[in-house]
Design a protein around this ligand. Structure first.
Ligand code: 5GP
Length: 121
C-alpha cells in the first residue's frame, strides 16, 4: 500500500469533501466517522501525507507527532467520553485491515467496547 493523495481523508483535509469536525490545529484534524461503530466514533488524522505509524514516526516532525498524540486526549474530553473510558484503534496495512491509506486513529466510546480483538478466523 502506498500513499495516494486522492484518498478520502486527503480530500477531507483539502476541504473537497465535508466532515463533522470535532477538533483541529496546525497538524491535526479530527472528525466524526461516517459509519460510527459506537455512540462516539471520531477519526483523528495528521494533516501531513502519512500512510502508517512506521511512516509517520520516520518522517513526521516532533511537533506533528506530539500534536497527533495530544489530539486523542483532547477529542476524548471534547466528546465527553473521558470519564467513562474509550478505545483507541489504528489500523495499518493489509493485516491491520486499513481501508483508507492515510494514517488515522479511531477514538471510540460512549458504551462498553467489549474485548479488544476478535479471535483469528
Ligand atoms: P480504516 O479501516 O481505514 O481504519 O477506517 C476507515 C474509516 O473511515 C472507516 O471507519 C469509515 O467508516 C471511515 N470513512 C470512510 N469514508 C469516510 C468519509 O467520507 N467520511 C468520514 N467521516 N469517514 C469515512
Amino acid at each position: 500500500m502506498s500513499y495516494d493523495s486522492a484518498n478520502i481523508f486527503a480530500r477531507i483535509l483539502r476541504g473537497e469533501i465535508p466532515c463533522r469536525k470535532v477538533y483541529e490545529d496546525a497538524h491535526v484534524l479530527a472528525f466524526h466517522d461516517i459509519q460510527p461503530q459506537a455512540p462516539v466514533h471520531v477519526l483523528v488524522v495528521p494533516r501531513g501525507a502519512y500512510l502508517s505509524w512506521d511512516d509517520f514516526h520516520a518522517a513526521a516532525s516532533d511537533a506533528e507527532q506530539a500534536a497527533l498524540s495530544r489530539a486523542i486526549g483532547t477529542v476524548a474530553r471534547l466528546t465527553g467520553i473521558d470519564a467513562g473510558g474509550y478505545r483507541v484503534i489504528s489500523n495499518c496495512g493489509r493485516n491491520g485491515h486499513q481501508e483508507v491509506p492515510h494514517l488515522h486513529v479511531h477514538v471510540l466510546g460512549g458504551r462498553p467496547m467489549g474485548r479488544m480483538v476478535a479471535k483469528a478466523e
